[in-house]
Design a protein around this ligand. Structure first.
Ligand code: SAH
Ligand code: SF4
Length: 413
């Protein structure tokens, strides 16, 4: 780790020989480029003259992010010749949907497969959609696996890790929109954006697999496109980025991305947090809290969410609740209590329901909103910390073990 500061270089992919002829999926994607990059890319390809670069980029942007097309052939205000030469050189295709599971409670989980795009191996990513009264939240992954090893998190046990590209991050949102009907129909008048109130995906959270602040640049690119008012147009107030506490990147998150912040706190003493969230050894609680206090844009209307997983007899005492309130003093905060979601092989158990309520009551009486996050989609392993992709897809015996654990009383699923 010497010489590394906060960003691990997981982007580097092994070089390889020329792609096999006809491997269409390896054409570079135009999804995930900023407007300027899109114009540059089009001009550099020689298909678009320099003086038209900006205009063509604007046209494509509209098709990609307002209309949600995934086939150049649908861009009917672009000449047939140009459409077909673009299609020969680039792709705007969605990932393959390997699996779509729908939980008893309506939660959906997709397993997407992305082609290698020129180098490396295909990747598989899980994305979860959680419908609720009046809103729907998409939980997006930022990495395949995670280099951190929080002891209660299933993702942290996955060995294969690489950063997702901006295309792969953004495509999770775009494919979910396709599946849920959030893009306008082909026959709606040109230019119509499905209004925010009518959308199935009203909010996104970077709470899937991976540590988003270890993939800062790609996450930033994807979120700036997701929040672009002439495109996917999700309000930054409805985008939450969750970090385990990569302190040096927290201020930049506010300044350069401007989205809502969530902190995976989980413990209020350094000795315990060192064990649960090992990045704490590098960036201890004091540094983390200082970074939170100075988060750009922080106010009572824009609070930081502190996530706190409830682990039986580990971090769930009233003394912990008291210390939590003391720790957060002066920070506009919400506290999200997450009942621990079990996975095969874990040594932790979820706190007793009564204990979670006592804990919540204490925090509430101190003036904090402290919703208890209802576990969603546990039956399809879509709940927090249960994601783990195809590379290590759960073996059948593990699934059975998990079901047995849940029947034994950890969750009503
Ligand atoms: N890596 C980032 C974002 C992804 S995790 C982070 O850690 O913040 C999303 C949330 O789920 C985090 O708060 C994480 O600590 C929590 N989590 C992980 N495993 C869990 C589990 N088994 N049960 C409940 N919550 C879990
Ligand atoms: Fe990584 Fe977040 Fe899981 Fe920790 S909780 S291992 S940071 S995904």
């Amino acid at each position: 780790m010497s010489g590394m500061t906060t960003t691990l270089d997981l982007n580097a992919r092994p070089a390889r020989a020329a792609p096999p002829a006809g491997a269409g999926s390896e054409r570079p994607s135009l999804v995930g480029l900023s407007r300027a990059e899109l114009a540059e890319t089009l001009v550099a390809s020689g298909l678009v003259p320099e003086r038209q670069g900006k205009m063509r980029a604007q046209q494509l942007w509209h098709w990609l992010y307002v209309r949600g097309v995934s086939d150049f052939g649908d861009m009917f205000n672009i000449s047939k010749e140009l459409r077909s030469s673009l299609a020969g050189r680039f792709t705007i295709a969605r990932p393959e949907i390997v699996e779509e599971q729908v939980s008893k409670d309506g939660t959906r989980k997709w397993l997407f497969r992305f082609p290698p795009r020129g180098a490396g191996r295909p990747v598989e990513i899980e994305t979860v959609y959680i419908p609720e009264e009046g809103r729907g939240t998409l939980c997006i992954s930022s990495q395949v696996g995670c280099t951190l090893t929080c002891s209660f998190c299933h993702t942290g046990t996955q060995k294969l890790v690489r950063n997702l590209t901006a295309e792969e991050i953004l495509s999770q949102l775009m494919t979910a929109r396709d599946r849920l009907g959030d893009f306008p129909d082909r026959d709606t008048p040109d230019g119509a954006i499905v209004p925010a109130e009518g959308r199935k995906v009203s909010n996104i959270v970077m709470m899937g697999m991976g540590e988003p602040l270890y993939n800062f640049d790609n996450v930033k690119k994807a979120l700036l496109i997701a929040s672009d008012g002439d495109g996917l147009s999700l309000s930054k107030r409805r985008i939450t980025l969750s970090t385990s506490g990569v302190v040096p990147e927290i201020a930049r998150t506010g300044e350069e991305i401007g989205v809502m912040l969530a902190i995976s706190l989980h413990a209020v003493r350094d000795d315990l947090r060192d064990m649960l969230v090992p990045i704490n050894k590098k960036y201890p609680l004091k540094d983390l809290m200082d970074a939170c206090r100075s988060y750009p844009g922080l106010s009572n209307a824009r609070r930081i969410t502190f996530e706190y997983v409830m682990l039986r007899d580990v971090n769930d005492s009233l003394a912990d609740a008291k210390e939590l309130v003391r720790l957060l003093k002066g920070i506009p905060a919400k506290i999200n209590l997450i009942p621990f979601n079990p996975w095969p092989g874990t040594n932790y158990q979820c706190s007793e329901w009564e204990q979670i309520e006592k804990f919540a009551d204490y925090i509430n009486s101190a003036g904090y909103a402290s919703p208890i996050r209802t576990p969603r989609g546990r039956d399809i392993l879509a709940a927090c910390g249960q994601l783990k992709s195809e590379s290590e897809r759960m073996r059948k015996v593990d699934r059975l073990a998990l079901e047995a654990m849940m029947i034994a009383g950890h969750g009503e699923a």
